[in-house]
Design a protein around this ligand. Sequence first.
Ligand SMILES: [Fe+2]
Length: 267
Amino acid sequence: MEKELSTMKDFRPNSIRDPRTVLQLTDPHLYADPGGLYDGLNTSESLRAVLTLAQARQWPPDALVLTGDLSQDGSRAAYARLRECMGGLGVPVYCLPGNHDDKDAMRQVLPGGNIHAVDHARVGEWRCVFLDTAVAGREHGHLSAEQIARLDERLSAETGHPALVFMHHHPVAIGSLWMDEIGVNNSPAFFKVLDRHTQVRAVLWGHIHQEFAGLREGVQLLGTPSTCVQFAPRTDRHQRDTLSPGYRWLRLWRDGRLETGIERLEH
Ligand SMILES: [Fe+2]
């Protein structure tokens, strides 16, 4: 009996590890060609540099979430390089698609081992829901009735756990005319579901290639810089920003508190 108790004691510290860490890396825009340039920047090298920064600052995290535009050209070779980059990390990696991705190629090449293309995950006491906002051949985002229903089901299934919702496109206007035409085009349906569930602490996305922070009904709304080129905020037309590539970290406490921040490469 005593032995059993001591085994339980050994197990407990790990199971109640607090806080948990999640890193969001987004919009790496990898090409089939490892030398592929996005507006003059080598996207493979930039992703590796951002990952190296994360490994120096917050490692190992409990999960990495990659929120779309994983490839610029939707090629199998680009997803194979992403696998190469993430496959040996020893931490769970969750992938969702963006407007530049080819969902079939992604699904065929990426999942396996520590890399997952799923619609939800557990991180300690927290729950993550991954939504697919990508519409084939279009830049804007849309949440299908199926995605909306799945979000509602997931949140209804585990009401006692703080939750994060990840997607590629932004569900709120960010103050850039050109960008706001290509966000989620049916976000009222999304927020209608969110408003029925009080456990969601934050909604996170990529797509906008810049940091964004807002608050709606107690839910943090968070946009995250790309691991490659940055877009300038509050512009009518596409304009590159001088800020360097980066990622977002999230510290998730068992009691539902959330801390977050952005790390960027040094120029
Ligand atoms: Fe992007």
